[in-house]
Design a protein around this ligand. Structure first.
Ligand code: ATP
Ligand code: ATP
Ligand code: MG
Ligand code: MG
Lengths: 253, 253
């Protein structure tokens, strides 16, 4: 039985891809059989693992031929980690899924086939509230909501929870909030602690204890096509994602 | 005759809203009659000026009733600066414009009415390549492309230029690149200069000389509902946007 996590937040640049790639890599290195699905047409998770985007034959097929995973799952450079690469065709998701009976439940149909092969599935989402993040939410058991320690990111949480509510009510998704995750946390910037305080006052029980610090190596690692645990194993960025991985494994096992 | 700028980049969190709000405010304070259009359903530019989002009667009307601007333009707290606030209805832009003859050219139809009243129009876009940024590109004379000094943001430039090319070829847009704008530039982070060097090697003639430094006041100002020139008038963030404003005025007058 695989546990499926969506990494979602319509606010842009909050650390969704950085969390998806590094969490998936840490889980794989901890011995779990992992699949990373890149549902973002920007294909950042794909290039973050050193692989190239291509026109089709990846995440677009996961949505249009969910019952044939051999056609869209491929190896990644990290042991125990497989990847469904983003493709250009994702850019017109509405057109891609126009003939589907229930366009929001396409990815969920792949669940049975994934349960046999993987322990964990991580889905990276684009910065939107459209059909792609909706497919991820409907397919997932839990959603991790990265919260950059900035004002606009905090304000966006209401909209993110509305999107989640719509997935549950209109599309029968049984996804729950796995947790809010503070990213780019910098205790030297007063706003960081203000945001943390504000979010904790509403969602403390649903917030991960791990806070991802602002660490330049997290920005450098993707330019080398590597997860941070391989690029800078002894960095604060790596320590934080290792700690988050422990927290998540502890929560599901 | 108004000059219309779109602020666009499908990469999330690169400083589109921060640039839209602060450029519009600096132009207004420099005595130009300005209009800021918030085309992002996140409504960050709207709240960055201290105003609240609402269900309808703002940017959604600019798209559906472009010939009746009195219905969607309102005052902002800054002299010389009017605002078209984002509204919830923007979230389903495809549905909103499904009856339009040419959904991509709706906002452009408002141009004539805006030319009489304003010197400059600034349009903030959401992080996508969909119908909303397309309307902004088709309506605009120039596009400002904020480039965060990070690897994923640089990689995304190819896709941004493709979107621009499609607007020009498929929707007869005559928008040109006004310039690439480096944002969150931090000379202490080696990657920053690497990214700058890479972008300049391809687009030097189209890159603004002004670089916006990483400055925490740019993150704090929106939480006070003010542009940075009002929140922290003597800061590096304010100096950079004042310099950018001079560079832009010099380019168009
Ligand atoms: N903790 C961190 N410290 C420093 N830099 C970070 C950190 N987390 C992410 N970054 C960098 O910040 C930028 C934004 O992060 P990322 O691209 O992961 O966000 P995202 O939410 O996936 O963006 P999008 O909305 O475009 O999909 C990237 O350049 C990334 O390398
Ligand atoms: N030069 C800067 N220095 C420090 N912080 C900045 C700077 N520019 C923007 N920020 C902050 O970084 C975050 C991202 O910026 P902003 O929201 O303007 O980007 P965006 O491209 O509009 O994002 P989205 O893709 O979600 O629309 C915001 O919290 C903003 O306050
Ligand atoms: Mg991303
Ligand atoms: Mg924005």
């Amino acid at each position: 039985m695989a546990t499926v996590f969506a990494i979602a937040n319509q606010k842009g640049g909050v650390g969704k891809t950085t969390t998806a790639v590094n969490l998936a890599a840490c889980l794989a290195i901890a011995g779990r059989r992992c699949l990373l699905i890149d549902l973002d047409p920007q294909a950042n998770a794909t290039s973050g693992l050193g692989l190239a985007e291509r026109p089709g034959g990846g995440a677009d097929l996961a949505l249009t031929e969910p019952d044939k995973p051999d056609g869209w799952i491929e190896k990644s450079p990290v042991d125990n980690l497989a990847l469904v690469p983003a493709t250009d065709r994702l850019r017109s998701a509405d057109r891609l899924l126009r003939h589907a009976v229930d366009p929001a439940r396409q990815l969920r149909q792949a669940r049975d086939r994934l349960d046999e092969r993987f322990d964990l599935v991580i889905i990276d989402c684009p910065p939107s509230s459209g059909l792609l993040p909706l497919n991820a939410l409907v397919a997932a058991d839990m959603v991790i909501i990265p919260v950059q320690c900035e004002y606009y990111a905090m304000e966006g949480l209401a909209q993110m929870l509305e999107t989640l509510g719509r997935a549950q009510s209109e599309h029968r998704a049984d996804v729950e909030v796995g947790g809010f995750l503070f990213t780019m946390y910098d205790p030297r910037v007063p706003l960081s602690d203000e945001i943390v305080g504000e979010v904790l006052s509403h969602f403390e029980s649903k917030t991960y204890g791990t806070r991802i610090p602002r660490d330049p190596v997290l920005g450098e690692a993707p330019s080398h096509g590597q997860p941070v645990i391989e690029y800078a194993p002894r960095s604060r960025g790596t320590n934080a994602y290792v700690q988050l991985t422990r927290e998540i494994i502890h929560g599901i096992e």
